[in-house]
Write a protein that binds this ligand. Structure first.
Ligand code: ATP
Length: 365
């Protein structure tokens, strides 16, 4: 299991829970069930406080992220467990942008950690790849780049329209994510860090990435550091994923490469992620969205949310507990205790019950 930079390492923690929309409301309760079971089995104290932020509240009250929410989360909670946001009744997805991007930016969660880990060889679309061949930590810069919303239109709606979207990269922002990648490798005994950019075309923004990478790597001589253009990385990660331990890249490329990685490891239903600022309140969410096409049917796969809860526990410094959640999902896969997206017949709640029992037994005397 990876070490994701401790929040408190103590025996008690307060967690804010934002299930959100669609299947977020179905998978998050299962992750909570498993977290409660592991806390009870290990005599840890986990306190959960629920927040009903999402499309229903937005449509009812016009409120997405309530005033004072960011400060409250920052000051009163160790971590946030998040479900998913998105609802066909809000076609602009305004509430999702306000809540999720709002929290990422305002809590300054500059690391988006998306582990790509094959838990069962049957799940990868790649031929002849085993579990050990696909084990990569993708670290995406999460607060800058093309996502900052700097830009504008000129002559909008005319034949001469111009649209501009700025790619914002600060020295501080680039340095801290690259440094986090090397620190992550060092703490977890990983030997290789690959920085990916498009500095041959983006000659200003990614020139900065190049210079910072060359500087920071000097401090980590024991780590094999390498650079690949993002297009080459996309090819190489499919051709031979064994080449990579840690990948660090900008906001946009990280978004794309981590979805590619999620598919290499079995698809969206299984992929966890963390939005992290080491030492501060951080937010953990499955990579999948609200999946309106299956919401309300009770068949959503809770593995992504449970593995996300595992990342949250690692962040708290609860290594054995995190490992138990991870083993539970592996064992459920091995035993074919699965929801329909993975070819099974189980309901979301049945899988959650099974995992809660597994983790309880894992700590039984
Ligand atoms: P959003 O607009 O909130 O991003 P979306 O449906 O466009 O939602 P995702 O939910 O990320 O995007 O996933 C796309 C599809 O993958 C879903 O429509 C669903 O069929 C499938 N999927 C995603 N997550 C799960 C899951 N946990 N269990 C089962 N199927 C899933």
């Amino acid at each position: 299991m990876a070490n994701l930079s401790l929040r408190n390492g103590g025996a008690a923690a307060r967690i804010a829970v934002i299930p959100g929309d669609g299947i977020g409301k179905e998978v998050t309760p299962e992750a909570l069930k498993v977290l409660r079971a592991v806390a009870a089995a290990t005599k840890r104290s986990l306190e959960f406080v629920d927040f009903d932020w999402g499309a229903d509240k937005f449509l009812r009250e016009g409120v997405s992220l309530p005033a004072g929410a960011v400060e409250m989360l920052r000051d009163e909670f160790d971590a946030i467990l998040f479900g998913a946001l998105g609802d066909p009744r809000v076609p602009t997805n305004q509430h999702a942008a306000d809540i999720l991007l709002g929290l990422r930016f305002k809590l300054d969660l500059y690391v988006n950690a998306r582990p790509v880990e094959l838990l069962d060889e049957r799940l990868t679309p790649l031929r002849d790849r085993k579990e050990k061949d696909v084990r990569i930590m993708v670290l995406r810069e999460n607060t800058e780049g093309l996502y900052v919303g700097v830009g504008g239109f000129f002559k909008k709606g005319t034949a001469d329209e111009i649209a501009v979207q700025e790619d914002v990269n600060s020295r501080k922002g680039v340095e801290r994510i690259i440094r986090y990648a090397f620190e992550h490798a060092r703490k977890n005994g990983l030997k290789r860090v690959c920085m990916s950019d498009k500095s041959n075309a983006m000659t200003f923004a990614h020139d900065l990435w190049q210079r910072v990478f060359k500087e920071v790597r000097q401090e980590y001589p024991e780590i094999d550091s390498r650079h690949l253009y993002i297009d080459t990385l996309a090819m190489e990660i499919v051709r031979d994923p064994r080449q990579f331990d840690v990948i660090v890249t900008c906001n946009l490329f990280g978004d794309i490469i981590s979805d590619l990685g999620a598919q290499l490891a079995g698809g969206l239903g299984l992929a966890p992620s963390g939005n992290i600022h080491p030492g501060r309140t951080s937010l953990f969410e499955p990579v999948h969205g609200s999946a309106p096409n299956i919401a309300g049917k009770g068949i959503a796969n809770p593995f992504g949310s449970v593995l996300t809860a595992g990342m949250l526990l690692e962040f708290l410094g609860w290594k054995a507990e995190a490992a138990a959640l991870h083993s539970g999902v592996k064992e459920a896969l091995f035993k074919n205790y699965l929801t329909p997206d993975l070819g099974g017949i189980k309901k979301t709640t049945e899988v959650g019950d099974w995992l809660a029992e597994f983790v309880s037994k894992a700590f039984a005397p």
